[in-house]
Design a protein around this ligand. Structure first.
Ligand code: MRU
Length: 348
C-alpha cells in the first residue's frame, strides 16, 4: 500500500492525522492545497513529503492558465516556492520540487511540460520504493538474530511512498525470518511512534513494545537495546543528522552505553551543500502541539504557559556509528563516504 499516489488527475494520500483511529484517503487537485496538507501533516516524513511536492508540481502545471512556455515556467517557479516553504527541515521536499522544476525547464515544447512533470513525479515515487527496499537490505545486515532495536518517530511506509527507511530495515530483517523485537518511542509531541509506527508494525506482525520517550535511556542502560535505528530529515556533508526532536538525546545515551546508532536515509536526504548540521533550518511548530493534550479529561498544562516546540534536532556526527543508504553503509569520515554514496546515485 502506498501512502500517496496519482489517481484520475488528482493526488491522493492517506490522512495521517487520523491514524490509527481512522483510515481515510484525501484527494487534492490544487498544488496550494497540497502545500497546506504538507504543513498540517496530512502527509509527513521526509521522503513522503518529497513525493507530495513532486505530484503537486504536476498539479501546478495542469492548473496553470499560461499560454506559452515562459509563463508556464514562471507559474511553476512560484509553485515551487510555495511548496518548499511548507516545511523547512526535510531536504527531500526541495530536492523533489527542484527535480521537477529542472525537468520542466529541460522540456523545449510548451505542450509537453504537463505530461513530462507527471511522468517525472511518478518516476520519483516509484524510485522511492525501490530505494527503500535496497536500503532495507543493506541495513538488515546490521541486525542479528534475537536483536532488540530502539526506534524513534515513524519511518515506515507512511513516511515514504512505501516500505520505509529505518522501519524498512526492521521490516527487511523480519521478512528474512530473523526473530527481532522493537522498542518504539511514542515520540512526543505528535506521537508518530505511538500512532503510526505501532499501527504499521502491528500490520506487519513485527513484535514490539511501545515505550514513553523518557524510558529509552533506562532500557539502554539495563542492556535491553542492541542498536538504535532512526530516519533523518537532512544529513549535512560532515554526517551531522537532523531528525525528529529527541533523536540527539538517544544518540548520546546510546554512545554512553556502547550501543550502535544508525540513521537510515535515502541519498536524497543528504545535503552536501551544508558543511555541518549547524546550518540545517529547524522547524518550530505550533505550541498547541505540546499543550493540547488531555490527561484523564484535563489539560496537561495551565493556560498561558510559555512553550517551545522545535520539531527536529541535530545529532553531531561523532555520535553516529554509520549511515545506512541505498548504496551501502557510510562510515566516518562521512565527508568522503557520503559524497561517494551521493555520486553513486547520480551515476544511476
Ligand atoms: O515531523 P515528521 O513526522 O515529518 O518527522 C518525521 C521524521 O523525523 C522522520 O524520522 C524522517 O522524516 C525520516 S522518515 C523516513
Amino acid at each position: 500500500m502506498r501512502s500517496i499516489e496519482w489517481q484520475d488527475g488528482k493526488v491522493r494520500m492517506i490522512d495521517q492525522r487520523l491514524l490509527p483511529a481512522t483510515f481515510e484517503w484525501v484527494e487534492f487537485d490544487h498544488y496550494r492545497d497540497v502545500a497546506r496538507a504538507i504543513r498540517s501533516m496530512v502527509i509527513r516524513g521526509a521522503p513522503a513529503i518529497g513525493a507530495a511536492g513532486a505530484f503537486a508540481m504536476a498539479l501546478a502545471a495542469r492548473e496553470s492558465r499560461a499560454q506559452d512556455r515562459d509563463l508556464l515556467l514562471a507559474d511553476l517557479r512560484e509553485a515551487a516556492k510555495v511548496l518548499c516553504d511548507a516545511r523547512p527541515t526535510a531536504v527531500n521536499l526541495s530536492w523533489a520540487v527542484e527535480r521537477l522544476l529542472r525537468r520542466a525547464e529541460a522540456e523545449a515544447s510548451f505542450s509537453a511540460i504537463s505530461d513530462a512533470l507527471l511522468d517525472e513525479a511518478q518516476a520519483l515515487a516509484d524510485e522511492d520504493v525501490e530505494i527503500n527496499r535496497r536500503l532495507g537490505a543493506h541495513g538488515a545486515t546490521l541486525i542479528q538474530e534475537g536483536a532488540t532495536i530502539l526506534h524513534h518517530c515513524n519511518t515506515g511506509a507512511l513516511a515514504t511512498v512505501d516500505y520505509g527507511t529505518a522501519l524498512g530495515v526492521i521490516r527487511a530483517a523480519h521478512e528474512q525470518g530473523k526473530k527481532i523485537h522493537v522498542l518504539l518511542d511514542e515520540t512526543r509531541p505528535r506521537l508518530q511512534g505511538a500512532r503510526l509506527s505501532a499501527w504499521e508494525l502491528q500490520q506487519l506482525g513485527v513484535p514490539f513494545t511501545l515505550i514513553a520517550d523518557n524510558a529509552a535511556g533506562h532500557f539502554m542502560r539495563i542492556g535491553q537495546v542492541d542498536l538504535v535505528l532512526v530516519g533523518a530529515d537532512r544529513v549535512a556533508a560532515n554526517g551531522d543528522v537532523a531528525n525528529k526532536i529527541g533523536t540527539y538525546k538517544l544518540a548520546v545515551v546510546a554512545q554512553a552505553n556502547g550501543i550502535p546508532f544508525y540513521p537510515c536515509v535515502p541519498t536524497s536526504t543528504v545535503d552536501l551543500s551544508l558543511a555541518t548540521g549547524d546550518e540545517i533550518p529547524i522547524e518550530e511548530r505550533d505550541t498547541e502541539e505540546v499543550t493540547d493534550v488531555v490527561y484523564r479529561g484535563m489539560p496537561i498544562a495551565p493556560d498561558g504557559v510559555q512553550v517551545a516546540n522545535p520539531a527536529f534536532d541535530v545529532t553531531p556526527h561523532r555520535y553516529v556509528t554509520g549511515i545506512v543508504t541505498e548504496h551501502g553503509i557510510a562510515y566516518s569520515p562521512f565527508e568522503v563516504s557520503l559524497r561517494r554514496m551521493v555520486e553513486a546515485s547520480r551515476d544511476g
